[in-house]
Every structure is written in structure tokens, then in C-alpha cells.
Design a protein around this ligand. Structure first.
Ligand code: APR
Length: 238
């Protein structure tokens, strides 16, 4: 009996209760920093030192936060289901909660890469700890400036095809904590099979496709995930 497949599509909202600010809520990151300056490829080439420091600050924040109940419930489902986490988040909270199949669509704070060939795997390196700042002058393996392994606006999303394939194979898709504003990530739910069950957990859901049968749970991630786990377990008993 093969395990049922569940794909989670998570965004900043799943890390909100861990104390990491989201992007577009009131007081969000894009209210504090102009996104084009710190999260676009043009911004990086305009002022690499500013961008490198912005991600050093965000990486250091990880030392003071930990996974919340939502991350933990996602990881626990691995005991009885084939779970893949497709996240837009660059934090390591899904890893720390114990999830072991994670696709980071927008990169990872705990990795660095080449400025010339950011997606050349030979140049991608793991940073040992949260205090491992990238400094201007640090070199990647190809001799270019070492940069954060982050997918910025204006750059391709190399993992999107793999993520779409996983969604197309899923029996259950669970969207948690994303405003569904940013493509191509926001389009992934469209790859769900017609017979897949889809849940969405968000205290203020937005951009929810109205032509799809999506079970919307208007709660915070840690509470909403309890409802999702109960619904999945009950449906498995049918
Ligand atoms: N639990 C669940 N969801 C929450 C919570 C919470 N406690 N708090 C806020 N949210 C929801 C908000 O209602 C919103 O729908 O999380 C979502 C956060 O949306 P965004 O801030 O837009 O974050 P996200 O969708 O992940 O942004 C996508 O944009 O800037 C880029 O690369 C960046 O990966 C990011 C992408």
C-alpha cells in the first residue's frame, strides 16, 4: 500500500508565529526596505554591500527563532504520508522541525553562491552557522563575489518545474501562509489533480482561486494546521 502524497506550499505566514516578519502584512519587511533595493538582481548589482548585509541580518535572526507548531505538524505527517514541502521561505525552520523533503523555491539563507553563476551547483556552499556573514570581498569557487543563495526578483526560479511535478502527483495539497502574490510560486496550485483535496490555511486569505474547490481555513498556521491534520486523518479512515 503506497503512502498518500501530500504537498505543502508554504510562505512567510507559516514562520510568522516563530517571530519572523512576513513581507506584505502591516509592518512587513517590504514596508521597512524597498524590495527593489534588497531583493532584486538589479538592486544587488547596484549595491552588493547593502544586499549582502541585508541577508546577513536576516540569517543572524535565525539564531533567535525556532520552528512553531505548524512546522512541527507538517513534519509529523511524514510518519504516515509521503510529504514534500515546497516553500517560498528562505529560513531553515522546516528543516529544524524535521521535514526532510523540502524544495526551497526562493533559495536558502544558510547557503551562498557565485555572483556570476548563482545556479552553478559547484559554487553553492552551505554556511556553517547563523553568524557566518558573507563579506564584501569573499570569493565563490569561480572567483566571483560570494552572494546569498537567494532567488531575487528578476531571476529565474530553477526549482519551479520540480515543484509543479510534485504538486501534479499529490493526493492532498495544503497551502499555508502565502499571499499568493508572487509568481511562478503562486501558480503551483493550478497543477493539482482534479481529484486532489486542497486546503488553504491563512488568517486573512487572499488571491484564493475561486474556480477551484479549496477548503479555506481562516486561522493562523499553528491552529489551522491542527484542523488540517484532523481532516486528513479522518478522510484517510473513509
Ligand atoms: N499564520 C498563517 N498565515 C499568516 C500568519 C499566520 N500566523 N500571519 C500572516 N499570514 C499570512 C498573511 O495573511 C499572508 O497571506 O501569510 C501571508 C504572507 O504573505 P507575504 O508576506 O506576501 O509572504 P509570501 O506569500 O511568502 O511572499 C512570497 O514574496 O517577497 C517575496 O520572495 C519573497 O518568498 C517571498 C514571496
Amino acid at each position: 500500500m503506497t503512502m498518500k502524497k501530500i504537498v505543502f506550499l508554504t510562505g512567510a505566514g507559516i514562520s510568522a508565529e516563530s517571530g519572523i516578519t512576513t513581507f506584505r502584512d502591516a509592518g512587513g519587511l517590504w514596508e521597512q526596505y524597498p524590495v527593489e533595493d534588497v531583493a532584486s538582481i538589479e538592486g544587488y548589482w547596484r549595491n552588493p554591500k547593502l544586499v549582502i548585509q541585508f541577508y546577513n541580518d536576516r540569517r543572524r535572526q535565525l539564531a533567535g527563532v525556532k520552528p512553531n507548531k505548524a512546522h512541527e505538524l507538517v513534519a509529523e505527517l511524514q510518519d504516515n504520508y509521503d510529504v514534500t514541502v515546497v516553500t517560498q521561505n528562505v529560513d531553515d525552520l522546516h528543516e529544524r522541525a524535521g521535514s526532510n523533503k523540502i524544495i526551497h523555491l526562493h533559495g536558502e539563507l544558510m547557503k551562498a553562491t557565485s555572483s556570476d553563476e548563482p545556479n552553478d551547483n559547484r559554487c553553492v556552499v552551505k554556511l556553517p552557522n547563523y553568524e557566518s556573514d558573507i563579506n564584501f570581498g569573499d570569493k565563490a569557487k569561480d572567483g566571483s563575489q560570494l552572494r546569498p543563495f537567494i532567488v531575487w526578483f528578476g531571476e529565474p526560479v530553477p526549482m519551479i518545474e520540480l515543484a509543479a511535478e510534485r504538486v501534479s502527483e499529490a493526493d492532498i495539497v495544503v497551502i499555508v501562509g502565502t499571499s499568493l502574490n508572487v509568481y511562478p510560486a503562486a501558480g503551483l496550485v493550478r497543477y493539482a489533480r482534479r481529484d486532489a483535496t486542497i486546503y488553504l490555511v491563512d488568517p486573512s486569505p487572499q488571491n484564493v482561486p475561486n474556480d477551484m474547490d479549496i477548503h479555506v481555513i481562516s486561522k493562523k498556521a499553528s491552529e489551522g494546521m491542527i484542523d488540517v491534520v484532523n481532516a486528513i486523518r479522518n478522510s484517510s479512515l473513509l
